[in-house]
Design a protein around this ligand. Structure first.
Ligand SMILES: Nc1ncnc2c1ncn2[C@@H]1O[C@H](COP(=O)(O)OP(=O)(O)OP(=O)(O)O)[C@@H](O)[C@H]1O
Length: 756
């Protein structure tokens, strides 16, 4: 039998190598296990058939080698056993307390901005914070505490009365028996009613707590800086609002009231035990302390496990949310399997933590059950001995056993609920940290309020980088001065910093250095809400909220809006026709996925126009519009420019035809305005020329010209007026006129492959 594993291994090796030129017959006698005693000498023929190199058989399995180097052969087997033994020892060491198996995650480092912003939360501070949230529900809380106390006291009196009534019946004391029975009925009623009241009131408190937790968390999140959202995943944050808040609420709904109840019951049981016999009571207490010591270790572990489990749940949620919200991209690229795998990875990590947590719980339960049962045995033994020595009656022993059980049971329940409390606190640590993040400074300071915005905007030496990329400057000492009632277009290559400029102006981010002035007041000294009320903004990819068309157009308007005003705004941006064609017109429910790109842009422009803003910002607002709609929108901009109200319009566009309405074009490249310094008039183009060339140019030529103008002409534009080129002919003509020195010619030849 001992040969079998070796033969099997060889046969597997043989199968693996059978395609190689291996002899068909291999006498099994040449393979022996090291412990074979009567090993026959292998015949030369048999041995010659075996080409160990050819079949790549480990030499230790060859009998000849075993004969030649017996000790080595045996040492191979010993090695194997040693390896198994070593692995076993490693495993045992790993599963012992503090061993590697219990490690919950390879990397328990927190990521995101939260890790640097927030402090760790203790159970006490968690309770304090929750108390503050439900503090004004004192009526419900006090009722529940009173009900809890009455129910607990009623319950703890019962074992004594049950014993007394049983023994009074046994002793034939009828009146005593009926009195005790009546008392029992009364206690049953009070404990039942008060327990119900207690559970109901705590459940109500629980519901209120979840609601307030979610409200507080949501409003805290909404007031964070934009850089916070750059580093935190939306799916993770929504998971915090839903799952984590629910989990945290269990603290009040379950844990706190059960802990209080069990403390009362345990104390009652202990007092009864002390009355019966203090040495026995103290010995039961020792078991309770032992349980508590085990629990301290287990509780800490569980808190950590719960926190990680919640973190992994949120990351898995973030993957699910990202995948489901990008389902069209996923479907188009056929990456369903990859996405499932990505989701499964998160679930695997969750399962690993869950498994360790369950094993730890099993060990904790084992210690409890053993202690619990041992107490019963212990109580019976000690009580029995006390009866023998006539220091205890049978009635006292029964009471003692019952109260002992109550004490241990209460101790277990307290620790079990404490563990659940620690789990909830651990799981919801992030909720509490997020809830107490200080809001962005712009919401804290009471800035200057103003009635009228003239629309003068100035960027003075503004530099900026995103906090997630703090080594890459996005804007470098930008100086711009925009006059009131001016229409300014910003053009430039992708990533040159155009949108960032707008984000700074809307104060979504703060400049690293320099100052932005609106109405001559530094932006950071202004009341931000007041400013934003006066700005209309249409972003690159406008968001449509799930709701009807009407509420989407009136979104963010502080004044009350009539339907006619909404329709008029929609008509201005040529959206009325398509809205009327929707099944319920302005009452049709829409969202980001239910409209085309151009339709979304038109709704967003209508939304901005409806606010009648003093500053209108359009960031690629017409990029998805067809040529006809775009020309209509240009008309709208023309009319906005001409109407009586002073209005500054800033527009970003890659289409030169769109920027035709602008009074000025600013060209951005690599985070800088291509020309100009503070206080100068930045006139980068010849308007007459633009008008002339645009009237006959094609869209492609314009695009190319804009790219060329920005990328290649920059060094030649310094100190000159900016010229927009439309096609190769114009470019060549201009090059011949302007590029005169051989250096310049060489530079351009290299850059553009143009031969002079
Ligand atoms: N939230 C962000 N975090 C980090 N970097 C960012 C962030 N937003 C933009 N950037 C980077 O800042 C640079 C400027 O981006 P910006 O959006 O301002 O360019 P843009 O000129 O508007 O480009 P486009 O014409 O493509 O819209 C880019 O390199 C971009 O990758």
């Amino acid at each position: 039998m001992a040969n079998l594993p070796y033969m099997l291994q060889f046969s597997a090796q043989f199968k693996h190598n059978r395609n190689k030129s291996f002899p068909a017959i291999v006498p099994t006698t040449i393979f022996q296990s090291p412990d074979s005693v009567n090993v026959p000498t292998p015949s030369r023929t048999a041995f010659s058939l075996l080409d160990a190199n050819l079949v790549n058989i480990p030499k230790k399995y060859l009998v000849s080698n075993a004969f030649k180097r017996g000790p080595e052969y045996c040492s191979g087997d010993t090695d194997e056993s040693m390896r198994v033994l070593k692995r076993l020892l490693e495993f045992i060491r790993g599963v012992l307390p503090g061993g590697s198996w219990w490690r919950l995650a390879d990397d328990e480092q927190e990521t995101g901005s939260l890790s640097t912003l927030a402090r760790p939360i203790t159970a006490l501070s968690a309770l304090n914070q929750m108390w503050a949230l439900i503090n004004d529900e004192k009526g419900v809380l006090y009722t529940s505490f009173v009900a809890l106390t009455i129910a607990a006291l009623s319950e703890i009196l019962m074992p004594g009365i049950i014993t007394a009534s049983v023994f009074s019946a046994a002793n034939g004391e009828t009146s005593m028996f009926y009195r005790k029975s009546l008392l029992l009925v009364f206690l049953c009623l009070t404990s039942g009613i008060c327990s119900g009241l207690r559970s109901g009131c705590f459940a109500i408190t629980n519901t209120i707590l979840v609601k307030r937790l979610r409200e507080t968390l949501f409003s805290s999140l909404l007031l964070q800086d934009m850089s916070f959202f750059d580093s935190e995943e939306v799916g993770e944050l929504t998971s915090r609002i839903s799952a984590d808040c629910q989990r945290l609420s269990r603290t009040i709904g379950n844990d706190i009231h059960l802990i209080l109840r069990n403390i009362l019951q345990g104390s009652g049981a202990f007092v009864n035990l002390m009355i019966l016999s203090w040495p026995l009571a103290l010995s039961s207490l020792i078991i309770c302390f032992t349980l508590s010591a085990v629990f301290v270790i287990y509780g800490q572990y569980q808190k950590k496990a719960a926190k990680l489990a919640q973190d992994f749940t949120s990351s898995a949620n973030a993957v699910a949310q990202e995948t489901l919200s990008s389902i069209r991209t996923v479907r188009a690229y056929g990456t369903e399997t990859e996405e499932c795998q990505r989701f499964a990875q998160g679930l695997d990590r969750l399962a690993t933590v869950g498994m360790r947590e369950s094993v730890a719980y099993g060990l904790w339960s084992m210690s409890f059950i053993m202690s619990y049962r041992m107490t019963q045995v212990f109580a019976v033994l000690l009580g029995g001995m006390s009866i023998f020595s006539s220091r205890f009656s049978a009635e006292q022993l029964t009471k003692y056993v019952l109260y002992c059980e109550w004490l241990i049971y209460a101790a277990w329940r307290i620790q079990d609920n404490m563990s659940s409390l620690l789990q909830s606190v651990g799981a919801s640590e992030k909720v509490l940290q997020l809830m107490h993040l200080s809001p962005s400074s712009q919401f804290l300071s009471k800035g200057v309020k103003f009635q009228e915005l003239t629309g003068c905007i100035e960027f003075a030496d503004v530099s900026f980088h995103y906090s997630s990329r703090n080594t890459v400057p996005t804007l470098k000492r930008v100086n711009i001065s925009i006059q009131s009632n001016e229409v300014v277009a910003i053009v430039g290559a992708n990533g040159s910093g155009k949108s960032t400029l707008i984000k700074l102006m809307l104060r979504l981010y703060e400049p690293i250095s320099g100052e932005i002035y609106v109405n001559g007041i530094p932006l950071k000294e202004m009341d931000i809400r007041c400013l934003r009320e006066k700005i209309g903004f249409v972003g690159q990819d406008p968001h449509i909220f799930r709701g009807d068309v009407e509420s989407n157009i009136s979104y963010g308007c502080s004044r009350s809006i009539r339907r006619e005003e909404i329709e008029s705004a929609a008509k201005k941006v040529y959206a009325h026709d398509f809205i009327s064609g929707l099944p319920h017109g302005y009452d049709t429910i829409i969202d980001d996925n239910l409209l085309s790109g151009g339709q979304k842009q038109r709704i967003a422009i209508a939304r901005a126009i409806l606010r009648d803003p003093e500053i209108l910002v359009l960031d690629e607002a017409t990029s998805s519009l067809d040529a006809e709609s775009e020309s209509y929108i240009k008309e709208v901009l023309h009319s906005l420019k001409k109407d009586s109200k002073k209005r500054t319009i800033i527009m970003i566009s890659h289409r030169l035809s769109s920027v035709k309405v602008a009074d000025r074009i600013l060209v951005m490249d690599n985070g800088q305005i291509v020309e100009g310094s503070r206080g100068q008039a930045h006139c980068f183009y010849s308007k007459a020329l633009v008008d002339r060339v645009l009237s006959k140019s094609t869209y492609e030529n314009e695009l190319m010209a804009s790219t060329l103008a920005v990328r290649h002409w920059r060094p030649y534009l310094l100190g000159r007026k900016f010229v927009v080129l439309t096609d190769h002919k114009a470019l060549k003509k201009l090059l011949h006129q302007k590029i005169t020195t051989s250096d310049q010619q060489q530079w351009l030849s290299k850059l553009m492959g143009y031969e002079f």
